[in-house]
Design a binder for this molecule. Structure first.
Ligand code: FAD
Length: 309
């Protein structure tokens, strides 16, 4: 893919349009935002896309069923589709890439539209390595991790053209049988300046109060390692940090009873200062942190909180 003429942006999480559109503007000549309904158009004006395509997804429908519809309006060559990284967006991206005969790269960390072709880097091997692919197809579909592009103020598009996309029924449609409300996390750790991370070193759920107290003392949000969210279910999924969770960008990360496996540390690589408390002096976290305390969190934490309050 040598020339990017049009960048199409779709975000399942509406707050991702701002950064994706900013990145799209730097990557291609024209930027089209794709929304699921008219209700999403107003909020996009501030990001300044050139045009909006409304899929008009039925109230009880799934966006995954609209891949053929969107593919029908993406014609010619030099089209790049950028999406966020939710499960729904990745499913949509996969269907779209199949319909367009376009290469798909997931979890992109950077896009480099070089003269000899678009190159996309992404995390691979569970975050152990970064791979780079050169896109050879005429069009491309890329899901982009949060924090890769910074949202930038744009000239507001007052007279934004909105095109309704005609529905093209898929051969095998997904059917919604039931919807259940999911508890929403009140926090967006990607925006937090300071985060206290809790790992399996915490013995029981009630002891999370110790981490909460430290977080309160230093004005931090509380996050965790994957086993705390997905194994123990002591915190919402949105709070776990790492390659398959949230990637932090803040100034300070305090890791409490976290061993420091690469899949977790990938999520804190971009933090300014990393502080760790772990009772095992050989824990890998001590290879990454700026300041380390070898000790039992149950002894260290109350003292640390007292000193910082
Ligand atoms: C494909 C894949 C993706 C993954 N993605 C992620 C991800 O995004 N995020 C993530 O976090 N993990 C992820 N994991 C899991 C990851 O490999 C580790 O298993 C996980 O991060 C370990 O969590 P932990 O450090 O809390 O637990 P453990 O590895 O069990 O470490 C607990 C630590 O606590 C210390 N400790 C115990 N008691 C105390 C005490 N009283 N005081 C002080 N220290 C104490 C121990 O010495 C130990 O170092 C992924 C794994 C795979 C295979």
């Amino acid at each position: 893919m040598k020339q990017i003429n049009t960048v199409w942006v779709f975000a399942d999480a509406a707050d991702r349009y701002a950064d994706l559109i900013s990145g799209a503007k730097k990557t291609g000549a024209k930027v089209n935002a794709v929304v699921v309904s008219e209700a999403g158009v107003q909020a996009l004006r501030a990001s300044g896309p050139d045009a909006v395509y409304d899929l008009a997804v039925a109230a009880d429908g799934c966006v995954e069923n609209y891949a053929a519809s969107l593919a029908a309006v993406i014609t010619g060559e030099g089209n790049l589709v950028l999406l966020d990284v939710t499960k729904r967006s990745k499913a949509f991206a996969a269907a779209l890439s199949q319909k367009l005969g376009a290469a798909l790269v997931n979890d992109a960390l950077s896009l480099n539209p070089a003269a000899d072709g678009l190159r996309v880097s992404f995390r691979t091997y569970g975050g152990l390595a970064v791979g780079t692919e050169k896109v050879l197809s005429a069009n491309a579909v890329v899901t982009v991790s949060g924090g890769v592009f910074a949202p930038e103020a744009a000239e507001s598009s007052a007279d934004l053209a909105v095109t309704k996309v005609a529905y093209v029924a898929p051969a095998n449609a997904l059917v919604v049988k039931e919807r259940r409300a999911k508890a929403q996390s009140a926090v967006d750790l990607t925006k937090a300046k300071r985060v206290v991370g809790v790992g399996r070193g915490i013995a029981k759920e009630a002891d999370l109060a110790l981490a909460d107290a430290l977080a309160k003392a230093i004005g931090a949000e509380v996050g965790c390692s994957r086993p705390i969210a997905e194994g123990e279910h002591w915190m919402e999924r949105e709070r776990y940090i790492g390659v398959s969770g949230v990637l932090l960008k803040g100034d300070v990360y305090v890791a409490l009873g976290i061993s420091g496996q690469i899949q977790h540390m990938v999520g804190v690589n971009d933090c300014g200062t990393i502080i760790a408390v772990n009772k095992d002096k050989n824990a890998p976290i001590f290879n990454y942190c700026d300041y380390g305390i070898v000790g039992d969190i149950y002894k260290v934490l109350p003292e640390l909180t007292k000193a910082l309050s």
